[in-house]
Design a protein around this ligand. Structure first.
Ligand SMILES: Cc1cc2nc3c(=O)[nH]c(=O)nc-3n(C[C@H](O)[C@H](O)[C@H](O)COP(=O)(O)OP(=O)(O)OC[C@H]3O[C@@H](n4cnc5c(N)ncnc54)[C@H](O)[C@@H]3O)c2cc1C
Length: 419
């Protein structure tokens, strides 16, 4: 290690930026920081759900140049090609760079081809481009309904999707949006998921919320429907059932965006880490955070917590101190529905069941909070302003006075509007 240790972070998403900015926040100029990303902006993915309903994709991109200049962070715009932990080297499309500590945060990707016909016949949700395709498909559906044709909109969550929440949001948003377009009574909405309960990862209370929402909105919802194939106009399921569609919207199975041969990973390329520190198993100087790592649920809020844990463990080691925090999986999200929103705070724990690898931690029931209210739309808007603002200035999400104020606001809202 040189006079100043060098930390290289791969990936400019939630996990990578949080780790980078947390390290600067904690260590000041006692560390050299290099951020590598294939794009020069941060994409605030959670709000891309608004694109199909008219929002401009550009409004969810936060340029990184100001943040990295402000915080004296070397920024390399390049494609990561591989890592070599022995000489502590990263191979990039632009050359190579060395590190003392490495944080891998290159996220996830989708593999629709895992389900026969899904890629060909479904509109998938993931990138802004896919969201624009869904916008066009929804527009066509509305035009057809306005011309008096009855239409079927089908939503589908297949096994191995690791973040079903956004598609639930888009289903509920579609219902409100189609009502506002005056065509809801001509469009049947059906929801099918492999999950045993709606938004399974978030436990029984979210199942109840979604069941009630579906009932009130006239959406037919089916759980335990494992898709086997998608054909033009029809989806087939393992239980022998079929569902017909005019527009099929799906959130496909997850895989790691990049795989790194020397790092231990599961069969989908997610990197095995120590749960508390996010240190890669068997590697002293390499950490993996966010969607790229092996936590079974992939969420921005969880990626932030993992970025903090990795940053804290690296900072503590550099300062010769004990780390002050570890990764404690507490999920938090606000689900948009246009006419209201659902807030959920869900403490999670690992299980030994490979089919349901995490469950709600019931040790502290007061931490499991759910609330449905039009006011929660304000919480969603606040998060949509706060996160891009922090990252745009090179500050971590979870630190300093700004976070204390935001945290206080969320606590007050959840005391008043969630139980
Ligand atoms: C439509 C949608 C809605 C969502 N809504 C929510 C929500 O409401 N709440 C929530 O908590 N989560 C939500 N999520 C999930 C959340 O967006 C992800 O869990 C989160 O983005 C993961 O952060 P990450 O840093 O691990 O990965 P990413 O945000 O995907 O970042 C990965 C970064 O790595 C870069 N990269 C990848 N490969 C390379 C390479 N080879 N070389 C260089 N750079 C590379 C990418 O450009 C990117 O900057 C949503 C996801 C989607 C798709």
């Amino acid at each position: 290690m040189g006079a100043r240790p060098k930390v290289v972070v791969l990936g400019g998403g939630f996990g990578g930026l949080e780790a980078t900015f947390y390290l600067r926040y904690k260590l000041g100029d006692r560390v050299d920081l290099t951020l590598v990303s294939d794009r020069d902006y941060f994409l605030f993915k959670p709000n891309t759900i608004y694109i199909p309903f008219g929002e401009d994709p550009e409004s969810f991109k936060v340029p990184l140049d100001r943040a990295v200049k402000r915080k004296n962070i070397e920024f390399i715009q390049a494609q990561v090609r591989g890592v070599e932990p022995d000489p502590r080297k990263v191979h990039l499309s632009t050359g190579e760079t060395n590190y003392d500590y490495l944080v891998v945060a290159t996220g996830a990707d989708l593999r629709p081809a895992e389900i026969p016909g899904l890629r060909e016949h479904a509109v998938t949700v993931w990138t802004p481009e896919e969201m624009l395709r869904l916008r066009e498909a929804m527009k066509k559906l509305v035009e057809e309904a306005k011309a008096g044709m009855r239409r079927r909109l089908l939503f589908l969550i297949p096994p191995n999707n690791r973040c079903s929440g956004p598609l639930y949001e888009m289903c509920l948003m579609s219902d409100t949006w189609l009502r506002r377009q005056g065509v809801r009574d001509l469009i049947d909405i059906t929801w099918t998921t492999y999950e045993a309960s709606f938004i399974q990862a978030f436990g029984p209370r979210l199942d109840t919320v979604v069941t009630n929402e579906f009932e009130e909105r006239g959406i037919r919802g089916f759980k335990g429907f494992v898709v086997t194939s998608v054909e033009p106009g029809v989806v087939k399921y393992q239980n022998g059932e079929t569902r017909e569609y005019d527009l099929l919207a799906s959130f496909p199975p997850y895989i790691a965006k990049e795989t790194y041969a020397p790092l231990p990973s599961d069969d989908r390329g997610f990197i095995h880490v120590d749960p508390d520190s996010r240190r890669v198993k068997g590697q002293a100087s390499v950490f993996a955070v966010g969607d790229a790592a092996d936590f079974p649920i992939k969420q921005a809020f969880l990626a932030l917590l993992q970025g903090d844990a990795a940053g804290e463990h690296i900072a503590a080691e550099i300062m010769g101190k004990a780390p002050e925090l570890k990764f404690e999986p507490m999920s938090m999200c606000v689900m948009e529905e246009f006419n209201r929103a659902t807030f959920a705070q869900v403490p999670l724990k690992y299980t030994d069941d490979p089919l349901k690898p995490v469950a709600v931690a019931t040790e502290h029931p007061e931490n499991y909070k759910v609330g449905v209210s039009p006011m929660w739309r304000l919480g969603k808007k606040l998060l949509g302003v706060y996160a891009p603002w922090r990252f745009g200035h090179g500050e971590p999400f979870h630190a300093g006075f700004a976070w204390d104020a935001m945290d206080m606001g969320l606590k007050v809202m959840s005391r008043l509007m969630a139980e």
